[in-house]
Design a protein around this ligand. Structure first.
Ligand code: F6R
Length: 241
């Protein structure tokens, strides 16, 4: 895994957006794996700015998001689908037909099979963007006894609920989500993980310097040949080197 430490989240957002723009220019119908949460927001801001400056077009880009809450309407303002509309899709020329999302209200087994087949039919994910949870989760793969493979319905941990409850003001935060599994995520050709802030430092250390274990789902990235990790100094603060 290659690690780059940049001065702050804005610089990281610009660097990651530049990589994604290169990938799109090289392959205009490339398949992006996208993440939600606070971490990728500067990247989405920089992508929107690049589009508005005429530097890139998303017209043929296809995307698959990592996860979605269960038991929450897709149109609710806190769904990950709504998040992506606000943060990226409505700001660029993305074709809604090219947007792939897990349905948190569908039968999980059927939905998992549908999603894996859709990703395969698209030729697989070219570049997967990832954040990391304070407990080492990627997507909503919480610490567990074994690495997950395909998409599945997961009970969110107290750590994840505590980190995300602040976003829910009108309904209680859902306790379940549907998420791409670790095995499915690792099938992406290239992975870019971003971590910013001190609250991620212990998870980053476990991911990069700890053993490969499902107790730190992000540690599975050590087994992938093409992973780029962007950190700010606070997220990197517990690393040995
Ligand atoms: C969301 C996702 C999660 C987040 C993680 C960090 O699609 O996959 O794994 O990346 O929970 O969230 P933030 O960025 O809000 O700290």
């Amino acid at each position: 895994m290659k690690v780059q430490i940049l001065e702050n989240k804005t610089a990281i957002g610009e660097a990651v957006a530049a990589l994604l723009c290169d990938a799109i220019r090289e392959k205009p119908d490339c398949v992006l794996g996208l993440a939600t949460g606070a971490t990728p927001v500067p990247t989405y801001d920089a992508l929107a700015a690049a589009y508005q400056a005429g530097k890139v077009s998303f017209r043929r880009v296809r995307s698959f998001n990592l996860d979605e809450y269960c038991d929450l309407p897709k149109t609710h303002k806190n769904s990950f689908y709504s998040f992506m509309q606000v943060q990226l899709f409505s700001r660029v020329d993305m074709d809604p037909a090219n947007v792939g999302f897990l349905d948190g209200n569908a039968d999980p087994a059927a939905e998992s099979a549908r999603y894996t087949a859709a990703i395969e039919a698209a030729g697989g994910i070219d570049v997967q963007l990832l954040g990391i949870g304070r407990n080492g989760h990627i997507a909503f793969n919480e610490p567990a006894d074994a690495f997950s493979q395909e998409s599945f319905r997961v009970a969110l941990t107290e750590s994840t609920i505590a980190a995300n409850s602040c976003y829910f003001d009108d309904v209680p935060m859902p306790r379940f989500a549907i998420t791409m599994g670790v095995g499915l995520i690792l099938r992406a050709k290239r992975l870019i993980l971003i971590a910013t802030g001190e609250s991620k430092a212990a998870a980053v250390k476990a991911m990069l310097e700890g053993p490969v274990t499902p107790q730190c789902p992000a540690s599975a990235l050590q087994t992938h040949p093409d992973v780029l990790v962007f950190l700010d100094p606070a997220a990197a603060s517990l690393l040995k080197q």
